[in-house]
Design a protein around this ligand. Structure first.
Ligand code: HEC
Length: 183
C-alpha cells in the first residue's frame, strides 16, 4: 500500500472545503423540508415539523459522512442547540463581530490533539421568511404560531430577530482521518 504524505495545511484546507459543502447540503435539506411543511401545513404546523425533524435530519446527514453536524446558538429555541464548551468561544467571536459590524468567515479549530477538526460558519437571517417564526411576537409571528411555540418551547430564546441578525452557527465536528481519506 502506498503511503501518502499530506501536510497539515492541506488537511485544514480540505476540511474547510468539505465543511462548506456539508453545511450547504444540510441547509438545502432543511430549507426544502421547511418549505414543503409550510405549503402543506402552514406556519404553525411547520413548527411541529421542525420540532420533530430538524435535529434528526442533521444527525442522519452527519452519519452518512462520519461527522457530527449541528447548529449552535446562544439564543436557542431548542436547548439541544446551546453551544458546547468547544463551540462557545467561537460563537462568542461571531457575536462580537456581528455587534461590531465585522464580517465573520468560516473557521477551523483543532481539538483532541488535532485528531478532531471543528468547522464552524455563522448563520444569519437571510430573509423575512424566517421572521414568521423568529421575528417579533404578534407582529411577525402570528398568535396561532405563538401558541405552538409556547407549547413546544417554553424557554424559547429565538424570537425578536431582524433580517441580517446572527442567528447562530453551523458546527461540524470532523475526525481528521475522514479528511485525510479525501486527499
Ligand atoms: C415554521 C417556523 C420556522 C421558520 C419559518 C424558520 N424556523 Fe428556524 N427554527 C424553528 C424551530 C421550531 C426550531 C427548533 C428546531 C428543533 O427543535 O430542533 C428552529 C431552529 C432554528 C435554528 C437552530 C438554533 C435554535 O434556535 O434551536 C436556526 C439556526 C434557525 N432555526 C434558523 C432559521 C433561519 C435562518 C430561518 C429562515 C431561513 C428559519 N430558521 C426559519 C422554526 C422555524
Amino acid at each position: 500500500m502506498e503511503i501518502k504524505r499530506v501536510t497539515e495545511a492541506e488537511i485544514i484546507q480540505e476540511a474547510m472545503i468539505w465543511g462548506d459543502s456539508l453545511t450547504q447540503e444540510a441547509q438545502n435539506q432543511l430549507i426544502s423540508n421547511l418549505q414543503k411543511a409550510i405549503s402543506e401545513q402552514g406556519i404553525p404546523g411547520a413548527i411541529e415539523f421542525c420540532n420533530v425533524n430538524a435535529l434528526p435530519i442533521l444527525t442522519e446527514l452527519g452519519k452518512v459522512y462520519s461527522v457530527q453536524l449541528k447548529r449552535a446558538s446562544n439564543r436557542a429555541r431548542n436547548s439541544a442547540d446551546l453551544p458546547t464548551d468547544e463551540e462557545r468561544p467561537i460563537l462568542e467571536a461571531y457575536e462580537y463581530n456581528a455587534e461590531n459590524g465585522i464580517k465573520s468567515d468560516p473557521n477551523i479549530q483543532k481539538f483532541e490533539n488535532g485528531e478532531v477538526l471543528l468547522y464552524t460558519k455563522p448563520i444569519t437571517i437571510p430573509s423575512g421568511m424566517c421572521l414568521n417564526c423568529h421575528g417579533e411576537p404578534e407582529k411577525e409571528i402570528s398568535k396561532e404560531t405563538l401558541v405552538k411555540l409556547d407549547q413546544l418551547y417554553p424557554s424559547d430564546r429565538a424570537r425578536g430577530h431582524k433580517v441580517g441578525d446572527l442567528r447562530g452557527m453551523w458546527s461540524v465536528r470532523i475526525p481528521k482521518k475522514e479528511v485525510v481519506k479525501r486527499l
